[in-house]
Design a protein around this ligand. Structure first.
Ligand code: FES
Length: 137
């Protein structure tokens, strides 16, 4: 797994989305009321750029004439055929056992954590002994 910086947090406020290219893959990053989700920008049904779809909720009904929208802002509707996917899991609600959008781990990190690289130079003990500098290997 490799880490990639997407953007400063201020560029992705709650309700916003951003599509970026990481390692040749288009990935949509969504801020849903402070929760971050990252999805591959390719619908598993027919290959549409799903991250340009409408953000919606889950329609629930107890019978004819009764419906309500729950979990507002947590689902993404594909722009081609309207399949809806849970952004937290990538799960399809049309074919939940077999179809899901590929999702990626995404998190908010302090800039100070990002400026430090992954490599650490090899270090040795240095002392001064009777006017001589001595390195211990
Ligand atoms: S291509 Fe997305 S629902 Fe068909």
């Amino acid at each position: 797994m490799s880490r990639h910086v997407v953007c400063p947090a201020a560029e992705l406020p709650p309700g916003a989305r951003k599509v970026v290219v990481v390692d040749g893959r288009e990935i949509g990053v969504f801020n849903v009321e402070g929760r971050l989700h990252a999805l591959l920008n390719r619908c598993p049904h027919g290959g549409a750029a799903i991250c340009s779809g409408v953000v919606t909720g889950l329609s629930q009904s107890s019978g004819p004439g009764d419906y309500r929208l729950e979990r507002r802002g947590e689902f993404l509707r594909c722009p081609w055929h309207g399949w809806e996917f849970d952004m937290a899991t990538g799960q399809s609600w049309c074919d939940p056992r077999r179809t899901r959008v590929r999702s990626f781990e995404v998190k908010l990190e302090a800039g100070s954590d990002l400026v430090m690289g992954p490599y650490v130079a090899e270090r040795y003990q240095v002392t001064v002994e009777d006017a001589y500098i001595v390195v211990d290997l």
